[in-house]
Design a protein around this ligand. Structure first.
Ligand code: IPD
Length: 289
């Protein structure tokens, strides 16, 4: 684990890089933004700005932190450099790419630095990170043990510490979620959402997992869950929630991973976990009946 001084430097770098890439994807977005490639399905898209944003992040990281490794959504894992520091930067150059393509504001650049191996589910831990939501003029950031904060620019410029909401019952909770890109995953995720919906205040599908997690940290959502997330969707937002006093887990106390991510304040987390578990078990019974 880096020292507290090192963590502060890593957090500052994450903020600077997420902010710079956030400016790039706003300022240099072409008039005609096309789809450059598709991934797991025809709707899982990559734009030229996803590629340019990741290239920028990789260039800056190579210059600033040559002994760290990089895992990015578009280019995958870098080769670990000779004399590897033990740290890996996990970057999502545009989280919420479909929102970005359609001109909806909920997209972000997510930059985190983790210990362990981010390619192995549950075997890594974020230690510093930032999520820049450029259309909102917001940067959420945190470092392990140092709290979480939101920096805002524009008319409401300033910085404030983040705290999750507490004391909410499940039936009054506003819960965020998301859906993957493959049809078979979506059918199951839709069934879980339908089972949960009668028991909560409402559900939101914002379209960026990183912003959803930061919304839990900022008290804009009571909770959030999603299955199928990748480390780059999760790493920075997870740390922001934890440093804002929240709990982020997978199933049954396991670390959050692609299998499941459940994020909420400590008082709501158990109830949300329980309701999701019941929903999944009920759907499993129906499928096997
Ligand atoms: C997606 C978004 C979305 C979530 C998907 C992610 P991308 O990331 O975070 O909210 O529901 O699971 O894949 O593809 O826009 O980087």
């Amino acid at each position: 684990m880096p020292t507290s001084v090192e963590l502060a430097d890593l957090e500052a770098l994450a903020v600077a890089l997420a902010s710079e890439a956030g400016r790039l994807i706003v300022d240099e977005r072409p008039e005609e933004l096309g789809v450059a490639a598709t991934k797991s399905s025809a709707t899982d898209i990559v734009t030229v700005m996803d590629q340019r944003s990741e290239q920028l992040l990789r260039r800056r990281l190579l210059a600033a932190r040559p002994r760290d490794a990089v895992l990015g959504e578009e280019e995958g894992s870098s080769v670990r450099p000779a004399g590897w520091s033990g740290l890996t930067w996990v970057v999502d150059p545009i989280d919420g790419t479909v929102n970005y393509l359609y001109g909806l504001p909920a997209y972000a650049v997510s930059v985190a630095v983790v210990t362990g191996d981010p390619t192995l589910p549950g075997e890594w831990e974020p230690v510093a990170g930032a999520v820049c939501s450029p259309a909102a003029g917001e940067v959420f950031h945190a470092r392990r043990g140092g709290g979480a904060a939101l920096r805002t620019r524009g008319a409401a410029a300033g910085s404030r510490r983040l705290r999750v909401l507490t004391g909410q019952e499940l039936d009054g909770a506003l819960v965020g979620t998301g859906f993957g890109y493959r049809a078979q995953d979506r059918a199951r995720q839709g069934a879980v959402a339908a089972a949960l919906l009668p028991g909560v205040r409402d559900l939101r599908r914002g379209g960026s997992a990183a912003i959803d997690l930061c919304s839990v940290a900022a008290g804009r959502l009571d909770g959030y869950y999603e299955s199928g997330l990748h480390p780059w969707d999760l790493a920075a937002g997870q740390l922001v929630v934890e440093e804002a006093g929240g709990v982020v887990s997978g199933w049954q106390g396991r670390p959050p991973s692609g299998e499941m991510v459940i994020a909420a304040g400590p008082s709501l987390h158990g109830a949300l976990h329980g309701a999701l578990r019941s929903a999944v078990e009920e759907i499993g019974r129906r499928v096997t009946a």
